[in-house]
Write a protein of this length. Structure first.
Lengths: 345, 345, 345, 345
């Protein structure tokens, strides 16, 4: 059994991770920590756990590293880069669900976020987008688990960028997310009556997932990609839909594009390509690790429109973190996360 | 492996059953049938299954009985009582998610529903409310799987009725259900904009789950129980909350009542009693087999108020059906249905 | 023109009042006050007002009384009873949307709420349930505007209680409210993902609207009424549905009951009696001052079930406050509040 | 009083029109017609009208033209172009809420829709986007009332296109709509549990509002505009948000762009420009005729992002139709449609 701890277990992503780990056949949960709820029963924080005797502990990563094979961190950015060190890494694997180990470029990180406190460790971290970096993840000590919007956006566009079929300066990603993406912290915009029955864009042209998408797509393109990413908040709990637009560099047909998506994804269990004429809807991936991708060619505008859908808490956070753990520990990648999406929900 | 078939696999309850069975470690799905979608891929009906190669077949129960250990029926009432016969029962177990084998009293059935076409078989059927009839279920050939409202209502009141602590003529059950309870069939009241952002009562004083609750509570009481049951439709997908009122027959304290609930339910894995001062919310049982129950004594009115919550598609239908299967086949009752509730969802 | 001010204009009820007053043909808004937002543009608090040049002022009731004909108070309980005095009342009318002037019995008030600071004024206050106390309201200086749950509950049961057709000790009111009833203040239970897709009961057997319903129904009955009132929170913005149960004192038919509802309500513009076999749904009264009432007789249990529906912010708060103002100032009672309910919304 | 009739009064847009007209101070409703519900009380179709004695009549436009000053048509496309003729137009004004008189180019109409049966009349019809074509509307006999998506999209981009500040070949409009946009007709995708808690794109690259947006923007640009328009369905009742992207043709600052929006819209009562750094949300325009517009310049990509929000049933259909009527009859344009948006709702 893999001995695992979750640091920051009481946010929505942390809780989803606890839920997944609690039924993972190869995992034994060693500790759940929470700064706000230390000393409380986990069921007092999340009553869906009232049949389980879990508790929230104080956060002590050094100590946990002694007894754990893997530690998942679900902490605010800037906090993780302070919390991780060589001593910890020498004892156990780290999978960070936050932003601190996602961007390989420190300068970009510090421009969009804050000071980075473990630049050396950043160098060895791997970006845990499993379908793209699987081989690099194996053997690593620390994984930067991708963001929710970024997982959906990068996977939607990767084959086209990699195969240079689109003008990378023309990319526009219009993304829609459920409210769990905004977390459990109280704020007026996330108050029920304020968020319900309305839709809005936010952090227009300055959302922090932008550089993460750009870095990964630049890597794939072999040239710098600068793009527009606009997140929107939907009145629903879970799910991200990314509607991606790009100018085609050639006179490509639907079948040409389908061919490259199959090339990269046909054998990827968690990526499901939609049949021609059908497109993803967030309801079909709920509470699952699947990424649904569909596309069309607009012959009038010579653009391709690619649509991707994921569950932001699952493939966009906790599920992918466990997928990374499975890779790190040599398990079948699907272990413990091969759930049929829950519907209707 | 238990070879199982689902008849009527394309309704919401049928689909939930397929979802649960597909990850049940002791089950192999032999066939999914559908009158409306025979010949289609299951993923065309439910795209959450696009990674699985399931198909909808024509319904042929006689033939399936040859190759299956258990057949789940999710058909409209009146249809099942025609479809089942001695030949089928001699070959495989039947678990009926419909209403045809729930009421032991034929007259009551025919008054509230329609003609019953297999009265002999009805006599041997058992009412599959696992926590109450577990021992009678073992060894049976046919199980009438309880209704959603009824599961929640009966379990909420059973200890008080059994122990004669309440006046059984004073029982009022005010129940609230999510829209999956209304099924997938199209109708104006279930059109999105008609159901959204509104609440209503329906089938007031004449809902068909009433006699089912009454028969079971009468059995427990040892006297005839006639009660009020009022269902309400909520703007949400899943979940039932039953708010139950009854006059106390004595000067019982909270602790007196707690004692009897513990007597009956303390060792029931799927029943979770709320701590004093806390009450169920449907969100804490979503996509799970749990029944959460809380209560209070109103000293001003000498009434007890008991509140129960379940997921109508899971414990209220498909999950309990699998629980019944586990009992019939001698498996650990939790096998394949021991899911932590999904939250937020 | 009636010169009006709103004290506490930035809660949901306050805002609804501002919305109604802004289009009332006989009202000129003199001031909107807010403790939290004084000095801010009203549109910064509610962007639906971005075409209007309203501002939030500091609260100074004494000063406003000099220039206003009527002051609406939408303040927390306990605050209003301190804020009102003889000097103010000698200059302008007061309509209090809070709880401080609803209960005529001080002892009851202080038991369920807090110390009352203006007991003398309480004596002259009238309970502003327009359809029942219309004649007493005329000429009064101060009106206690009824609560949302209470408006719906009392109007639903009044004719039956008044005509002594039901056993007043058997009354159970199971009420369901949209989330605006919980106000704009932040709290975890009202965070979007916590409230969405779930239903719960709260303040079971101890909600503060209980004594208000009891006092009014006792008054109508001519005897003390003690009842059960259980509020539930629904995942929707607006609307209250009250499902009321009571034992009939005689062998009354539907038509007997219809007759008394018609006796009291046939000429009430804002009360709409449902046709036999139909029942209220909250969607049909949204953003309006209407009260829809339907009922049935359950011959099996000898109970009557009455269902009432209102918009909690409109008839349950701001709309009724304006209705009271219309009565106080001798206007047609419908003036400015005769809106067809908005649907779908 | 203007005598008005509504043909097709039982769809969502028709009903919204009835609601608005019923409180319009200068309108007297002569008739409501419905093919499906002729002979029924209007309240049987929409119970929010149970206090009003409206009925649904058979459709007889010729006869109504004799007695009406204006007839509003809310019929499916292809039906209206058959129903209108010179005789009718010689007697009363026609405002068509459908698509038949929106596109001036017959060929485009027939390519995207169906055969047009009154091409001569089409020539004299005016496109009723009030803020842009106000002067042309005056005196006309027939108005093609704009579509919901188109109203929002065109008004969002018009100043930039008119002033040639953007590359018209780079326009991408990613639009999000509430479910009322899909109408009241039953279909599985609009069944509550299918639409709730999910988001999807639909009619990608082939939605019929595309040519309408293109024709109007081409007219403004003085050159042919071909663009991408992608509609999305949101789990909410009302509201459209259009997120529009375009490449700037020069090095324009926020203030440069603000200047042209003010040039065109500063005096438009129903267009509200958001302050710098703030953006529209559909909740702030609900049940109102307002169009909220906000924008930002992305200096990294040299694109402008403009976001517009309307209520699809009000400004996107019924409200604008009444605004057109007000123009046609020389009334103050705001008459009867100057509602503060309803919030929360």
């Amino acid at each position: 059994m893999i001995k695992a701890a979750v640091i920051g277990a009481t946010g929505y992503a942390g809780q989803e991770l606890v839920r997944i780990l609690s039924s993972h056949p190869q995992v034994s949960i060693q500790a759940l920590t929470s700064r706000s709820y230390a000393g409380k029963k986990y069921e007092e924080v999340y009553s869906n756990y009232s049949h389980l005797d879990y508790s929230c502990e104080e956060e002590n990563i050094e100590e946990l590293a002694e007894n754990c094979d893997v530690i998942f961190l679900a902490l605010p950015h800037g906090v993780t880069s302070k919390a991780v060190n060589e001593n910890i890494l020498s004892k156990c694997k780290i999978i960070d669900l936050g932003a601190d180990f996602r961007l390989s470029d420190v300068e970009t990180y510090e421009k969009w976020y804050t000071t980075h406190y473990s630049k050396d460790i950043l160098k060895e971290a791997v970006y845990g987008l499993c379908e793209i970096h699987r081989d690099e993840i194996k053997g690593k000590r620390i994984v930067g688990n991708p963001g929710c919007y970024t997982t959906c956006s990068i996977l939607s566009l990767y084959p086209l960028v990699k195969e240079k079929m689109i003008d990378v300066n023309s990319i526009i990603i219009d993304a829609k997310s459920g409210a769990t993406g905004a977390g459990r912290g109280l704020s007026l915009p996330n108050h029920y009556c304020e968020l319900n029955e309305s839709v809005k864009a936010y952090k227009i042209a300055n959302h922090r997932h932008t550089p993460e998408i750009e870095e990964q797509l630049s890597l794939a393109a072999g040239e710098e990609v600068v793009l527009n990413f606009t997140p929107h908040l939907m009145p629903m709990d879970r799910g991200i839909l990314a509607t991606c637009y790009a100018n085609l560099k050639g006179n490509y047909s639907y079948e040409d594009i389908e061919k490259v998506y199959k090339k990269y994804y046909e054998n990827e269990y968690f990526i499901r390509l939609c049949k021609k004429g059908t497109f993803p809807e967030t309801k079909w991936v709920k509470a699952s690790n699947f990424v649904d991708i569909g596309f069309t060619v607009d012959e009038r505008t010579k653009r391709v429109i690619v649509i991707g859908a994921i569950d932001n808490l699952f493939k966009g956070a906790a599920g992918q973190a466990v997928q990374n753990m499975n890779i790190l520990f040599g398990l079948d990648e699907k272990t413990g996360i091969d759930h049929v999406p829950v519907f209707p929900a």
